[in-house]
Design a protein around this ligand. Structure first.
Ligand code: FRU
Length: 456
């Protein structure tokens, strides 16, 4: 699997559709798989929701609940769920388009889906026009439906509006020189800075494939329902500094919360068999104010606390390496507040064993957080053996908070109140399950809670 698609919370159920090759563990013959969860933690996989066809693959998109049946595609007085996806035509173009936006309809709450007879519903005569995100815009001038999609190869966002979800009119396009590469999987949503309803800004989240690989730039600006304008004063941020998180998108239908999930595994093909790719831990997004403007912050969703079983809570002075958690399970959460003291470097080693370790390294004087996979186990690509670096928001700070979630094949790090995220795939051996901490050049102080993450 690759991108999450069609994220919607509907009738108490979290739906996660995803780019899926139902017939193999390589990308190809892509359709929409489907999983649901009552709590964002336990997922049940269902039958393929929207199958590929001989002449069409089903690329990324989104789902909305057309509660008022604006589309007229509902049944028995009930508004349908509508999936907006990209038809990627194979070996031929339809009306001159290789990619165009289509609809699938569900009148049974998302169990079964059928393509709309009038597909595609929006095309631009282009080869690379994809990844529609549809949402309801509710502004002072009225309410209507918005679809943002991308002219991927032209690094351009396309804003379309509709009253009935079937007929779409392009109102504007947007590009930004600060964001190079192929643009994919746009998401656009409003958040209140520091929770203040008087300070609402719009967040344009993109997935870009550029010269340095994949990234998820965050552009802050304003949106009036027809046009997005970036705020040139606010620097472009990154959702996550790691190499692997990609195509992350947020759920529709969750009033008051902006919950996001991303595909883990964009950077390389892991040596797994029979399956390939995974989703990140779901995260909740907020905007936090700062001197250079608002920044996107991520937190692990509160739901995960249900699965935490604290196995160690301690407050210690750190210099030489100590074991914080003995060998055991691989699913863990580590929350730490580090005070640098007179240390130059603080290392938190996870997935650690006799010969392996993945190191989260705080370079105190540089104000940098590194994720070092050079000894993390099997890394299939030489290029991935350099540590990934992220600049901390306050390079002078001698205190750092960390929230780290470990799964068998992943490390997800949220640092500095979630303003810095660093998530990557690792491939440690089954015995590499210790957590250790060490400081160099002096003595640091750490307050740490290590929890096992247990199944339901
Ligand atoms: C992003 C992406 C999307 C596209 C899908 C195809 O990973 O390339 O732009 O819709 O994957 O699987």
């Amino acid at each position: 699997m690759n991108d999450p698609n069609g994220l919607i919370h509907h009738d108490g159920v979290w739906h996660l559709f995803f780019q899926h090759n139902a017939g193999g563990d390589e990308w190809g013959d892509i359709c929409w798989g489907h999983a649901t969860s009552p709590d964002l933690l336990t997922w049940t996989e269902h039958a393929v929701a929207i199958p590929a066809r001989e002449d069409e693959m089903i690329f990324s998109g989104s789902v909305v609940h057309d509660a008022a049946d604006d589309s007229g595609l509902g049944a028995g007085g009930e508004g349908p769920l509508l999936a907006f996806y990209t038809s990627a035509y194979r070996g031929h173009a339809v009306h001159g388009d290789d990619q165009a936006q289509s609809i699938a309809v569900s009148t049974d709450g998302g169990d079964t889906w059928s393509p709309y007879a009038g597909n595609p519903v929006h095309a631009r005569g282009r080869t690379d026009y994809r990844d529609p995100k549809v949402f309801r815009f509710d502004g002072t001038a009225g309410a209507w439906w918005v679809m943002v999609a991308v002219d991927a190869d032209a690094s351009r966002l396309v804003v379309n509006v509709s009253d009935d979800l079937v007929h779409w009119r392009t109102t504007s396009t947007f590009t930004d020189d600060r964001v190079p590469g192929i643009w994919e999987c746009p998401d656009l949503f409003a958040l209140a800075v520091d929770g203040d309803p008087e300070r609402v800004r719009w967040v344009l989240l993109l997935s870009t494939n550029g010269p340095d690989g994949g990234a998820q730039p965050v552009v802050i600006g304003d949106f009036d329902g027809e046009t997005f304008a970036a705020d040139p004063e606010v620097p472009v941020g990154l959702l996550d500094h790691g190499a692997d998180l990609y195509a992350a998108a947020s759920w529709n239908g969750v009033p008051g919360r902006r919950v996001l999930v991303g595909w883990m595994g964009q950077a390389f093909r892991a040596p797994t068999e029979g399956w390939q790719g995974a989703m990140s831990v779901p995260r909740e997004l907020t905007l936090v104010g700062g001197p250079s403007g608002p920044r996107l912050a991520s937190a692990v969703v509160a739901e995960l606390a249900e699965r935490e079983r604290p196995s160690g809570e301690l407050e210690i002075d750190v210099d030489i390496e100590v074991v914080l958690a003995p060998a055991g399970i691989r699913q863990r959460r580590i929350r730490a507040t580090l005070a640098a003291g007179d240390a130059e470097v603080v290392d938190l080693a996870v997935h650690a064993g006799a010969h392996e370790r993945t190191v989260l390294r705080w370079l105190v004087a540089e104000g940098v957080l590194e994720l070092d996979r050079t000894r993390s186990g099997q890394i299939p690509d030489e290029a991935l053996t350099r540590p990934t670096r992220a600049a901390l928001p306050d390079p002078e700070s001698r205190v750092l908070d960390l929230d780290v979630v470990l799964d068998a094949m992943s490390v997800e790090v949220l640092a500095a109140e979630g303003v810095v995220a660093l998530s990557e795939i690792v491939l440690p051996g089954a015995d590499s399950t210790q957590v250790r901490i060490a400081a160099r050049g002096g003595r640091a102080h750490a307050r740490v809670t290590v929890s096992d993450l247990v199944p339901d």
